[in-house]
Write a protein of this length. Structure first.
Length: 234
C-alpha cells in the first residue's frame, strides 16, 4: 500500500513539474510575442502604442483598445507598404523601428502622448545628425536634419521621421550601427532647430560628400547649397 502511494506521489510530482515548465515557457513566449512581435490576435500596451501612432498618422481609424484585430492588421500593412517594409501585417522589429518604437520591451517610453512622440522623434533625429554630420559646421548639421524632415513631407518618401531614417539603404549610419551612438548636445540642438522650422538646406531631399561619392546619379541632382563637406540637392 505504501509503495503504491509513493508511486502515485511521484506521478503527481512529475505531472506538476511538467505542467509548471509548460506554463513558464508559454508565459515567457507570449510575453515576448506581445512585446516584440505583435500580430493578429495580440493584445496589450504595445498594440495600443501601435494603434495610437497609426491613428495619428492616418493609417488607422478604429478604437485604440490594445486588440490587434483586422483593422489594425490592415493599418499595419498600409504603413509597411508606404515605408518600403515587408507587407505581412506583423509588427516585427523593423516595422516597430519605422514606427519609432525603440525600447527593449517594444513599447515606447510613453504610449499615448504627443510629447512622447515628439521626444522620440527628436532623439532619433539627433542620433541621425550625430552619426551623419558630427564634425560638420553647425549649419550643416541642421541642414542634414532638415533633409530628413523634407523627405517626410515629400510624396516619394515615408511620411514619418522614423520611416525616412530606417528606409532601406537611405543612410549609412543605420547600416553601420552609428545610429545607436549617443548624440551630443550640438546634434540635439541642431535636430531641434530643424524641427522648429530652420532649413539651411533650402528644401533639399538629398546630400552627399563630393570627395567620396561614387554614385553617378547623385551628381545629376540640382544643387541647392554646399555646407562644409556636404553638397545638398533636390
Amino acid at each position: 500500500m505504501a509503495i503504491k502511494i509513493k508511486k502515485n506521489l511521484k506521478a503527481i510530482l512529475v505531472i506538476l513539474l511538467v505542467g509548471s515548465i509548460f506554463i513558464s515557457y508559454n508565459v515567457f513566449f507570449r510575453n515576448n510575442e506581445l512585446l516584440a512581435l505583435s500580430k493578429y490576435g495580440s493584445r496589450g500596451e504595445e498594440v495600443r502604442t501601435i494603434q495610437t501612432k497609426l491613428k495619428r498618422w492616418g493609417y488607422y481609424n478604429g478604437n485604440v483598445d490594445g486588440i490587434y484585430g483586422s483593422q489594425t492588421l490592415a493599418a499595419v500593412k498600409r504603413f509597411q507598404q508606404k515605408n518600403g517594409l515587408t507587407v505581412d501585417g506583423i509588427a516585427g522589429t523593423k516595422t516597430l523601428q519605422a514606427m519609432g518604437i525603440y525600447s527593449s520591451s517594444g513599447n515606447s517610453s510613453s504610449s499615448n502622448s504627443s510629447s512622447s512622440t515628439n521626444s522620440s522623434d527628436l532623439n532619433l533625429l539627433s542620433r541621425l545628425v550625430y552619426g551623419e554630420a558630427r564634425g560638420e559646421p553647425y549649419t550643416g548639421q541642421v541642414a542634414v536634419a532638415a533633409v530628413v524632415l523634407n523627405r517626410v513631407k515629400h510624396s516619394s518618401f515615408p511620411n514619418t521621421i522614423a520611416g525616412v531614417i530606417y528606409q532601406s539603404g537611405a543612410f549609412d549610419v543605420v547600416s553601420d550601427g552609428q545610429i545607436n551612438l549617443t548624440p551630443n548636445e550640438t546634434a540635439k540642438k541642431a535636430a531641434q532647430d530643424a524641427l522648429n522650422g530652420w532649413d539651411p538646406s533650402n528644401g533639399a531631399i538629398y546630400y552627399f560628400n563630393p570627395s567620396t561619392a561614387t554614385n553617378k546619379w547623385i551628381w545629376s541632382r540640382p544643387m541647392t547649397v554646399t555646407i562644409g563637406k556636404h553638397r545638398f540637392c533636390k
